[in-house]
Design a protein around this ligand. Structure first.
Ligand SMILES: Cc1cc2nc3c(=O)[nH]c(=O)nc-3n(C[C@H](O)[C@H](O)[C@H](O)COP(=O)(O)OP(=O)(O)OC[C@H]3O[C@@H](n4cnc5c(N)ncnc54)[C@H](O)[C@@H]3O)c2cc1C
Length: 436
């Protein structure tokens, strides 16, 4: 008897982040037999979900995943993917996605906005210190606006959001793609956790299935349609192992830093993250209100230099402005397991311009100029590794018939804004395309 488990479906979806959850739910509701394969497990019922211990357990290499250049990547591996640790921000797709790449997801994004009732938090919940930053920005002529959120205070009896949201949502106000995985299963999708896909099977230019390990046991799954939604790092790795060597050549990250200043009054740590934002589309960056969770603050700032963790006792007095840079495509995810994300000369120049604006805003908001500083680079949006227009057509299909990609890998350029709503839009549109 063979030790290899054999599975069969109409459609195999690999990965249960917003891309995989959306496309699985829509296809299952449309009557397809969907097999959803997720390498992680469902951590929501665990007592440590949403704690510092949890964040160590469910993110790749206990959150100590670094590129060759030392950029820290946060990569949650679990049901719901990175929406289990995101800040719950929603942004429409950038205009260039339709204008330059002819990918029109307006109808799907509108449907998602309506279904999830996306809106900014009521002003009284945006946080006093966060609003102070936004007002300082406005006073300097930058048009800061309340940030649309996947957070809905009415979902919970006690709304309790703060910098800690990035460990996982414990109060329940924040939407997580895991909820759409639940709905996919209700609509009869078969979900397998601890299922790590290694490569795609294809014959004569057509996909036939995937192989990998489920809880350490080899498996083969057969389907005429396979959708890779394993994220900006996972998807190119699977494609490379399947013989598509162009995957992972170059990547985008929306490279992120925080610029911190200190005030005498209470700072933004215990306020919901990213309640106010401003985008500089001309230069290519987004600013928002955010700081690191309390226990992560000294660890992250130690990477900059030993004097910075000494500000830890002042965590409650921090004003933080996050920069998300529209980084150029560079580096990549390589078959030897390495990840590279160098900043280009132009990226560095634009980051400096953004840092100067943050400094000015923090000073305007009352921070002392002498201890304002910028944290080391990090990346929470690994993306653009299997780009539309290069490896994918406008329907997200690869050069292998029946093999699609539906996740952050598909972005042809850095979004430099929250990604999830765009990914949901892509997932809904792909499902419509496959159900015709
Ligand atoms: C701290 C943090 C804050 C963020 N804040 C925001 C925000 O406020 N708003 C926003 O829009 N975005 C935010 N993001 C980014 C956003 O969450 C991600 O860009 C988005 O979740 C990517 O979706 P995805 O479907 O591409 O992949 P992911 O969400 O990464 O999901 C991929 C899934 O595939 C699984 N997988 C990987 N490899 C395999 C394999 N070989 N076999 C089977 N399964 C596999 C993984 O376990 C994972 O569950 C944030 C991200 C982080 C980390």
């Amino acid at each position: 008897m063979s030790d290899t488990l054999t599975l069969q479906a109409d459609v195999i979806v690999v990965g249960s982040g917003p891309g995989g959850a959306t496309v699985s739910r829509q296809l299952a509701r449309g009557g397809k037999k969907v097999l959803l394969l997720e390498r992680g497990i469902d951590y929501r019922p665990k007592s440590y979900y949403g704690t510092y211990l949890g964040a160590l357990i469910y993110s790749d290499r206990a959150s100590l995943l670094f590129t060759q250049e030392g950029l820290n990547i946060v990569r949650p591996l679990m049901i719901g993917g990175a929406t289990s640790m995101y800040c719950g921000c929603a942004a429409p797709p950038p205009a260039w996605l339709k204008g330059k790449y002819f990918v029109d997801i307006d109808a799907e994004v509108s449907a998602a906005r309506e279904e999830l009732e996306l809106a900014p938090l009521p002003l009284e919940l945006c946080g006093q210190a966060s609003t102070r930053i936004a007002q300082a920005g406005q006073a300097l002529g930058y048009n800061w606006q309340p940030q649309m959120k996947f957070m809905k205070p009415s979902r919970v009896a006690k709304f309790d959001c703060g910098a800690k949201c990035m460990l996982g949502c414990r109060c329940g106000a924040k939407w997580n793609a895991a909820e759409w995985v639940d709905q996919a299963v209700e609509a009869s999708a078969e979900l397998r956790t601890r299922a790590r896909v290694e490569r795609v099977l294809h014959e004569d230019g057509h996909v036939t299935g995937v192989v990998g390990l489920i809880a350490g046991q080899p498996f083969t799954a057969h389907a005429d349609t396979v959708i890779l939604s394993a994220g900006g790092i996972g998807t190119p790795r699977i494609l490379q192992a399947s013989g598509l060597e162009g995957a992972g050549q170059g990547m985008t990250m929306d490279v992120t830093v925080m610029v911190y200043g200190f005030i005498k009054e209470r700072g933004i740590g215990n306020e919901p993250p990213m309640t106010w934002s401003w985008e500089n589309l001309e230069v290519g960056y987004m600013l928002s209100t955010l700081i690191d969770p309390w226990l992560l603050y000294p660890i992250i700032t130690a990477l900059k230099g030993l004097r910075y963790p000494l500000y830890w006792p002042k965590w409650n007095n921090i004003l933080g402005v996050m920069i998300k840079l529209k980084d150029e495509v560079s580096g990549g995810v390589f078959p030897n397991g390495k990840i590279s994300k160098p900043l280009t000369v132009d990226d560095r120049l634009r980051l400096k311009m953004a840092e100067k604006v943050c400094r000015d805003i923090l000073i305007e908001a009352g921070a002392r100029p002498d201890n304002i500083f910028m944290t080391p680079l990090r990346g929470t949006h690994p993306s653009g590794t299997v780009r539309i227009g290069e490896m994918l057509d406008q329907d997200l299909q690869t050069g292998i018939r029946g093999l699609y990609v539906c996740d952050a890998s598909t972005f042809p350029e850095a979004l430099a804004r929250p990604t999830v709503l765009t990914i949901i839009g892509l997932g809904m549109r792909l499902a419509k395309h496959l159900l015709v």
